[in-house]
Design a protein around this ligand. Structure first.
Ligand SMILES: *Cc1c(COP(=O)(O)O)cnc(C)c1O
Length: 491
């Protein structure tokens, strides 16, 4: 399986194509594009039938081996078996089986309409990012051991990504994590989750400032290419291709668990921010999974909803990006969106490059086909099954209340955005699966507002705020940051 950049000139594409292992540890392609397979591997009906019996780990192996053809199959099987265990994904609700890894729960079935919740947040940090990040930790350790190399992961987080990365990389040989977060700006739960890690390879750095200050530090350090190379700096952000592939697996799993025959179709509603999760759904559909609709649910930061309604992609400025009660979807631009646009414009890398150049210089593009627009490909969006919707703080509170009353479970704020939008997109005869992207305990402040009581905490999380914390506080000073990294890597 060869990978190409969404921006590679056609002449360069053939010669510059790379294998899975080549792009595993990297981020953007050298030309600024994102990596995608040269062709999407196809799944046959016979394969789908056979996969109905498989455990999650075995299913993950079958799908991954189509993308990671350069990793020996026995190694890949060992990696997926080690990753997807009931011990790692143990934070299930009463009545659900941890061995299913992503258990499904029917919320409503009326007439031909059916609404189902797929739990993706039973991993160590109680958010769906564990689904991919846990595999990434094992893949990184495997790849680094082969090259006797080391990697220093450097990033900034406002909550979910940083903790998922730390729990995936803790104790891994050859890997250190330097994670910046805005000092005293995360929830008490999120702070405790990250800072209570005592592993010597995890470095929590609380920056005196807001998230953007932390993010600016990451950019400044990463722009120093010499330092970056010497210190073996890498990232695990949402454009990482292996993360996207790992997410493809649960779309297959959700489909297989919700259907009895390959004649049936399902739809998915996905609480969306950077378009990483739903991009994996798009890839599953391109591989032949019988998906009817892929519905992107956004919060007040509705960049994606605007595109899927109008064909206009308009990134937001920092001042226009709202801090909401579903904070992991508070994005100003969707960093994986280029992968879908590349397919939408017929895999034309010249056009993709021009469109995203326009995003960088003019803040967006317009594919509505109206006079003066940049193209008319918006008319093709329906062919790819995409729909969208938006949910506000008020909707979120109401949905959390309704779901508690009607179905007897407490959902988190991001999942609430998903349920709200899913209900607007139910179709007769097509099961709608909503992806549960976090557990309520992570966003207790809003649960308390909605229900007047605390969200239940999974076992073992009862007193995490009381655990000893390990972190350093730093002013946003790039030189101090670099010295701190160098001192701790010894490189
Ligand atoms: C990251 C995250 C999202 C958004 O996922 P994308 O892949 O960025 O679209 C939604 N909900 C939760 C809880 C998250 O942590």
């Amino acid at each position: 399986m060869q990978y190409v950049s969404t921006r590679a000139a056609a002449s360069a594409a053939a010669s510059s194509s790379q294998q899975f292992s080549d792009i595993l540890l990297g981020g953007l392609a050298a030309d600024g594009g994102l990596f995608l397979p040269a062709d999407y591997p196809q799944v046959t009906g016979a394969e789908l039938d056979a996969w109905r019996q498989l455990s999650y780990a075995d299913l993950a192996f079958e799908i991954l081996k189509k993308f990671a053809t350069d990793i020996p199959e026995a190694d890949l099987r060992a990696l997926t078996a080690k990753t997807y265990t009931k011990e790692v994904y143990k934070n299930v609700r009463a009545g659900e089986k941890a061995s299913q890894i992503t258990p499904l729960r029917v919320l409503e079935e009326e007439g031909g309409k059916k609404l189902v919740l797929q739990a993706l947040s039973n991993g160590p940090t109680l958010a769906f990012k564990d689904m991919a990040m846990q595999l990434l930790g094992n893949l990184f350790e495997y790849a680094l051991a082969k090259q006797s190399a080391q990697l220093n992961i450097f990033g900034a987080t406002s909550g979910d990504t940083g903790s998922a990365a730390e729990y995936a990389m803790r104790g891994k040989k050859g890997i250190r994590v330097f994670m910046l977060s805005p000092h005293k700006k995360m929830s008490a739960f999120q702070t405790a989750q990250m800072f209570s890690l005592q592993d010597p390879n995890i470095f929590n750095i609380a920056i005196e400032g807001v998230f953007d200050d932390a993010q600016d530090m990451v950019k400044a350090v990463s722009n120093d290419l010499e330092f970056k190379a010497k210190q073996k700096i890498g990232t695990v952000n949402s454009i990482n291709w292996a993360r996207v592939v790992a997410q493809v697996v649960y779309y297959f799993r959700g489909y297989l668990a919700a259907t009895t025959s390959n004649e049936q179709k399902v739809s998915f509603t996905v609480p969306s921010g950077n378009f990483g999760n739903i991009c994996a759904g798009h890839i599953a559909r391109m591989m032949g999974l019988p998906i009817s609709k892929l519905v992107a649910a956004t919060n007040e930061n509705d960049v994606l909803d605007e595109f899927f309604r109008t064909g206009v992609y308009r990134v937001r400025k920092s001042a226009e990006t709202y801090h909401t009660s579903s904070p992991s979807m508070d994005i100003s631009k969707a960093s994986n969106f280029e992968r879908f646009i590349y397919d939408l414009v017929g895999r034309d890398s010249e056009r993709t490059r021009a469109l995203f150049h326009k995003v960088e210089t003019q803040g967006g593009f317009d594919l509505s086909g109206k006079p003066g627009s940049d193209g008319d490909e918006f008319k093709l969006v329906a062919k790819y099954g995409f729909k969208s919707g938006k949910s506000t703080h008020e909707d979120r509170l109401n949905t959390i209340r309704d779901v508690a009353d009607d179905y007897g479970i407490v959902i988190d704020t991001h999942t609430a955005d998903g349920i709200k939008v899913a209900k607007e997109n139910l179709e007769n005869g097509v099961t709608m699966i909503v992806l549960e992207t976090a557990l309520a305990a992570k966003f207790n402040e809003t649960i308390l507002d909605a229900l007047g009581e605390d969200a239940e905490r999974p076992e073992g999380f009862e007193n995490i705020e009381d655990l000893p914390q390990k972190f350093v506080v730093m002013k946003p000073d790039v030189e101090v940051m670099k010295a701190y990294i160098a001192a701790n890597t010894g490189l």
